[in-house]
Design a protein around this ligand. Structure first.
Ligand SMILES: Cc1cc2nc3c(=O)[nH]c(=O)nc-3n(C[C@H](O)[C@H](O)[C@H](O)COP(=O)(O)OP(=O)(O)OC[C@H]3O[C@@H](n4cnc5c(N)ncnc54)[C@H](O)[C@@H]3O)c2cc1C
Ligand code: FES
Length: 506
């Protein structure tokens, strides 16, 4: 049953005075029982669905950029003209409505006809194989069809589930607030309807670039005209005695998460090894499941190298206030059935251990195929690898970053999806550069931080506002340039700074 839609603001079916919408302005209201956003650009008026199709943010709290609106929460972008989801993480469009202006008023009554798919370009590849059914692979498959690719699309995934929302695994899925149905990005029917051949539980063992084929685990071969590698990453394994015990878990896949949930329902005390994003998010989720949570990590301040001392210390306090016990500047040297032993000899009882000490990109397929790698698969600005018609996207791709001038690889969900979308367009011969500003977010308890840009190092960090009040902005600077911005409770600032970075004004 469709959820009842919450309506607010003016009823556009009854008319809105044009004077209430200034140039560059937007306003949420409704018509025909649907929430609608109207926007004005010069003398042009637009009306589209007001709610982001990703996690349901109110688009009116975002920003307008040319004839698009950007979502305040995770920076998806929708066309004001067609409602199309132009940039991930939203994949589905919002409804586009016809706008009528008469007698100094604007009226919205009727939906626009759905957009026809673009025609495929002449030099488009016929048969596309995507290795990996994660964020990048899924976004690429969808975009190929959306952009009019009429040839075959085969997405081969070692996972047992349709592509899913991996970030929710350490957040709402693990803490129990999101049910199973919120996790898949699309249903199996979606892939059938779009004639995307999705092979689950299927591992690609080798790529033959000369024969243009991939070999599957069952020994069969599949031919391609273009190939997208999107194999993602796997957790770094802890190599200490007892690390392979049944109560020791890693979190990458949905089945990993289900296993942690099953164990958490019987466990009393969990030890998390590492103070990475995943470990800290898992801590927050398992506290919400009423477990006693301990974190063991070598750093003195959690996340200090990525987010700086202010945020790191704040997160430390936030977790402690929620009951997490930290064992910092420590490491785990052994695990047995009932306890973990630390380097200082101290033992912590634990009936569940979750290890989150980082991931490594899965690049062995590429290496064995002779594709150039550099702690990732090396790609150019079009995401094409050293071998023509073989592309790479997501956690494995190392690409030339338009802003820093260096080759970078990041492990962010939105970047993976956007790269999948760009790779799809380039497979179709569009020659689109990947130049999106990297974006990620983390949520721990009621604290959400958005981060744009890329700062492996910085020499100056400016804090504006108050972290405790969840209202601040941190600017990471290197050589006098802002290379990254983190915000808490300042969604518009995050969008505005992202735009400024795109235009290289920061
Ligand atoms: C628990 C968790 C929480 C996260 N939270 C956030 C967050 O809040 N914000 C954020 O920005 N990022 C987050 N991330 C990171 C984000 O999910 C990844 O950056 C993103 O999923 C990478 O997408 P990808 O397509 O490159 O790889 P993946 O999504 O990992 O997909 C890779 C796919 O390739 C398949 N595969 C691998 N090898 C083969 C093979 N040989 N043959 C066939 N298939 C193969 C895998 O089974 C998988 O389906 C999180 C990650 C995890 C694990
Ligand atoms: S809610 Fe809009 S991008 Fe996530």
């Amino acid at each position: 049953m469709e959820e009842e839609k919450k309506l607010s603001g003016p009823n556009f079916a009854q008319g809105l005075s044009l004077t209430e919408l200034s140039d560059g302005g937007m306003l949420q209201g409704h018509a025909k029982g649907e929430p609608i956003l109207v926007a004005r650009r010069g003398d042009a008026y637009f009306a589209i669905g007001a709610i982001c199709t990703h996690y349901g943010a109110p688009l009116a709290e975002g920003i307008l950029v040319d004839d698009t609106v950007r979502c305040p929460w995770h920076h998806a972008c929708f066309s004001l003209r067609t409602g199309e989801a132009l940039r991930a993480p939203a994949l589905a469009p919002v409804i586009s409505w016809k706008v009528e202006t008469r007698g100094g008023k604007l009226f919205v009554h009727e939906k626009q006809p759905e957009k026809k798919q673009a025609t495929v370009s002449e030099d488009a590849s016929e048969n596309v194989i995507i290795v990996g059914g994660g964020a990048a692979g899924n976004a690429a498959a969808e975009m190929l069809r959306r952009e009019g690719h009429s040839g075959g699309i085969t997405m081969i995934s070692a996972d047992d589930a349709v592509p899913y929302d991996r970030p929710t695994l350490s957040k709402d899925f693990l803490n129990g607030t999101a049910g199973e149905k919120l996790v898949p990005l699309r249903s199996m029917d979606f892939y059938r309807e779009h004639e995307i051949d999705l092979l689950l539980n299927t591992r690609v063992m080798a790529i033959d670039p000369r024969d243009k084929s991939v070999q599957l685990a069952n020994g069969s071969h599949r031919k391609f005209d273009a190939l997208l590698l999107a194999t993602g990453a796997e957790p770094v394994k802890l190599k200490i005695p007892g690390a392979d015990s049944p109560h020791v878990c890693y979190l990458r896949s949905q089945s990993d998460c289900r296993a942690i949930i099953a164990k958490a329902t019987k466990a009393k005390r969990v030890v998390l090894v590492g103070a990475s994003f995943i470990a800290m998010e898992v801590a927050s989720s398992l506290i919400q499941r009423k477990l006693e949570v301990h974190i063991v990590a070598p750093e003195a301040v959690p996340m200090v190298t990525i987010l700086g001392p202010e945020v790191g210390k704040y997160l430390h306090r936030l977790h402690e206030r929620n009951g997490v016990v930290f064992h910092l500047q420590q490491s785990v040297v052994a695990i047995d059935e009932r306890k973990v032993t630390l380097k200082n000899g101290h033992a912590i009882e634990a009936d569940l251990v979750v290890i989150g000490i980082g991931v490594k990109p899965l690049i062995d397929l590429a290496e064995r195929a002779g594709i150039k790698t550099d702690k990732g698969v090396s790609v150019n600005e079009y995401l094409e690898s050293s071998i023509s018609q073989i592309f790479a996207a997501g956690d494995i791709a190392r690409w030339p970053d338009a802003r820093t001038g260096g080759n970078i690889r990041v492990e962010h969900f939105v970047v993976a999806e956007r790269q999948g979308q760009t790779a799809a367009r380039n497979i179709l011969g569009r020659r689109v550069r990947f130049d999106a500003v990297p974006f990620f977010w983390t949520t721990q308890y009621d604290f959400t931080l958005n981060y744009i840009g890329h700062a492996e190092k910085w020499d100056k960090l400016d804090l504006d506002g108050n972290i405790e009040e969840h209202n601040c902005k941190l600017s990471f600077q290197s050589g006098g340039r802002t290379v990254a911005v983190a915000t808490v409770g300042r969604d518009r600032a995050s969008l505005e700074d992202e735009l400024a970075m795109e235009l290289s004004k920061l």
